[in-house]
Ligand binder design. Structure first.
Ligand code: AHR
Length: 327
C-alpha cells in the first residue's frame, strides 16, 4: 500500500486524542498533514497488566516516527464497545493500517467488515477473534494460550502425580482467547487427574487488585487449598500479597502457577514464591512492523503466526535468563 499522503483534519485527530489515556497515548499531533508517514491505528485492550504495558511499549518503539510511522493508540479499558468505536474512528481518519488486540473473541464481524469495505488492512495481535470469515483480517500474530495451559498442567502432573490437589483458579477477562485457552487447558487437566479438585473459580480480570481481592475473600471464608492457578502474573502478585497478609508463605503453604513470565515474576520464581511461570510474549511491535513492511512492498504475509514461548521453574531458570528479559 502507498504511504499515506492524505490530509488529516485536526478535528478528527483531536476527537481521537480525547479517547487516549495518559499512559498509552501517542502525543497529540501538532501538524495538519502527515505526508510520508504510514498512519496506523492501534486498538489496545487496556492497561490491565504489566504484560499489556510491555506490549504497548513494544508497539510504540517499533511503529515510531523514526521508523516512518504515525501511531494512534486507543486504550479500550477492557471494553469491546470502546474498541469498536476506536476502529470506526480509525476508518474515518483514513488510517493505512488497523492493529487490533481484541478484548474478547466474539462480536467483531460488523466493524471489521466496515474496515474491509474501506480497504484498510487489519492486523490482529495477541488474542484471536472468532469469525467464519477469515478475510476480515490480513494477518494474526500471537500466543497459543491452550498450549501454554497444557505446559502448566504437565508440570503439575509431574510435581503432584496422583496426590490430592485442591485448586483455586483465577481467570482472566471472560471471553478473551487468553482466558479461554488457559481455562480449557486446566479443565482438561482436571478431567485427566481425578485426584485434583477445583475448589474455586472466578475472574480476576487479569488485574493485581482483583486477584488480591478474590484470594483475600477466600481466606476470610476459611477455604482450604493447595494451589493457585492464576491466568496471569498480575493476578498471581495479588494472590501472593493476600497469602502473605494472612501469614501464609507462598511456595511453601500454597503452590502458585502463573502465566506471562514478566521479569518481576521470574524474580519470584527464583525466590520460590511462584513455582512455575509459563511465558506469554508481549513483544509484538517488531513482528507487526515486519508484517507492515511486507505489505508495503506488496508481498504476502502469513495468515497466522504463533510466537515461540518457554516456561520457567526454580530448576530451569538462571539469573542470566532473568536479566536478559525484555519485559
Ligand atoms: O492476552 C494476553 C494476556 O492479557 C496476558 O496474559 C495478560 O497479562 C494480559 O492482560
Amino acid at each position: 500500500m502507498k504511504k499515506s499522503t492524505k490530509k488529516i483534519s485536526l478535528l478528527l485527530l483531536a476527537l481521537c486524542t480525547l479517547c487516549l489515556t495518559a499512559c498509552t497515548a501517542s502525543p497529540a499531533p501538532t501538524d495538519e498533514t502527515y505526508d510520508d508517514f504510514i498512519l496506523v491505528g492501534f486498538s489496545q485492550v487496556g492497561a490491565e497488566s504489566d504484560w499489556r504495558n510491555a506490549n504497548t511499549k513494544s508497539m510504540q518503539a517499533a511503529l515510531s516516527e523514526e521508523n516512518g510511522y504515525r501511531l494512534i493508540i486507543d486504550d479500550a479499558q477492557q471494553k469491546q464497545e470502546r474498541q469498536i468505536t476506536a476502529i470506526r474512528n480509525f476508518i474515518h481518519q483514513g488510517v493505512d493500517y488497523i492493529i487490533l488486540a481484541p478484548t474478547t473473541e466474539k462480536g467483531w464481524d460488523t466493524v471489521l467488515l466496515e474496515a474491509k469495505a474501506a480497504g484498510i488492512p487489519v492486523i490482529i495481535v495477541d488474542r484471536m477473534i472468532e469469525s467464519e470469515d477469515d478475510t476480515l483480517f490480513t494477518s494474526w500474530i500471537g500466543s497459543d494460550f491452550r498450549k501454554e495451559a497444557n505446559t502448566a498442567v504437565r508440570w503439575m502432573e509431574q510435581h503432584f502425580g496422583s496426590k490430592p490437589l485442591r485448586i483455586v483458579h483465577l481467570q482472566g477477562n471472560i471471553g478473551s482467547s487468553a482466558q479461554i485457552g488457559r481455562t480449557e487447558g486446566l479443565d482438561a487437566g482436571l478431567q485427566n487427574n481425578p485426584s485434583w479438585q477445583l475448589v474455586y473459580r472466578d475472574t480476576g480480570d487479569f488485574t493485581q487488585a482483583k486477584g488480591q481481592e478474590l484470594v483475600e475473600a477466600l481466606l476470610a471464608d476459611g477455604l482450604e487449598f493447595d494451589l493457585i492457578f492464576a491466568e496471569n502474573d498480575n493476578m498471581a502478585y495479588g494472590a501472593i500479597d493476600a497469602l502473605k497478609n494472612a501469614g501464609l508463605t507462598p511456595g511453601r503453604d500454597v503452590t502458585i502457577i502463573s502465566f506471562d513470565a514478566n521479569r518481576a515474576a521470574l524474580e519470584m520464581v527464583i525466590t520460590g514464591e511462584i513455582a512455575y511461570d509459563v511465558e506469554c510474549n508481549p513483544l509484538h511491535g517488531p513482528r507487526v512492523q515486519k508484517i507492515i513492511e511486507k505489505l508495503e512492498k506488496g508481498e504476502a504475509t502469513p495468515k497466522l503466526t504463533f510466537v515461540e514461548e518457554s516456561a520457567f521453574d526454580a530448576d530451569t531458570i538462571t539469573r542470566e535468563m532473568m536479566d536478559s528479559r525484555g519485559y
